[in-house]
Design a protein around this ligand. Structure first.
Ligand code: SF4
Length: 256
């Protein structure tokens, strides 16, 4: 993936990769757009904000390399407790992390200065998110943070999803049962949130429990012994269309 559509972000991601942090001065930074990662047949699709300068922009994998007690470890520990990840940390692209039924994505694929992409930059990047959602067809979409929430609504709208009017506002724990998928919202697991207690492990566990509950077939489907198929989004993995293009799941960079 060699997109250079956002000059400010291209400059920043490459400059960070050249200068490096002292702790990582002997590493080769990824320094490019960070592709999604996880299970290409995921039922749960997580949407974050953007790669961290010395985290995903270094390792080339979302939520990876933010350091102990960083966002990646906080998230992966929760996924591990929920039985959705094979280890409770995310440090390097070759650390053996495997996600089961989960896919990680973001509204912006390049590390922005001060972790803040501009609306124009997110708009440039949105087609990548739309395409991943179209291919993965998740049953549940979990947005991490307010920006991820509002831009994911736009992505779902671009896919033809019928959204409530007025548009719902972000709040932690929000659940929206849309025709094709359930949308959940959580605070982002950034240090700013987790080290101030705004987001605790128990709060994220509760959101993941809600996701697991939303993933289950509806009572009517269980009675019929089947799963309905929709325009997109499925009520169970057995109804997911096969074939066609796949996202670059798990296709991180070479080990750094
Ligand atoms: S943020 Fe997205 S659109 Fe902008 S340069 Fe990176 S990959 Fe391209």
């Amino acid at each position: 993936m060699a997109c250079r559509a956002c000059p400010r972000l291209v400059r920043h991601r490459e400059e960070v990769a050249r200068r490096k942090a002292r702790a990582f001065r002997n590493e080769t930074y990824w320094g490019k757009p960070v592709p999604g990662f996880g299970d290409p047949e995921a039922w749960l699709f997580l949407v974050g904000l953007a790669p961290a300068a010395h985290g995903a922009n270094r390792t080339g994998r979302p939520f990876t390399g933010d350091g102990p007690r960083g966002a990646g470890d906080f998230l992966m520990a929760a996924l591990h407790r929920a039985g959705l990840a094979n280890r409770p940390f995310s440090r390097l692209a070759d650390d053996g992390l495997a996600l089961s039924g989960v896919y990680l994505s973001a509204i912006c694929r390049c590390a922005p200065p001060k972790n803040r992409p501009t609306p124009a930059e997110v708009r440039n990047c949105l087609p990548f998110l739309v395409e991943e959602l179209r291919i993965v067809r998740p049953r549940v979409v979990l947005c991490l943070g307010g920006l991820a929430f509002s831009w994911t609504l736009r992505a779902l709208e671009a896919l033809g999803e019928a959204l409530p009017r007025p548009r719902p506002k972000f709040r932690h724990g929000l659940r929206l049962d849309l025709p094709a998928a359930t949308l959940l919202a959580s605070y982002h697991p950034s240090r700013q949130n987790t080290q101030t207690g705004r987001l605790t492990p128990a709060m994220l566990d509760a959101v993941l429990a809600e996701a697991l509950q939303a993933q289950a077939p509806l009572p009517a489907q269980r009675a019929e012994g089947g799963t309905p198929t929709g325009r997109r989004g499925t009520r169970g993995r057995s109804s997911r269309p096969r074939g066609g293009p796949r996202p670059e799941a798990g296709s991180g960079p070479p080990p750094s």
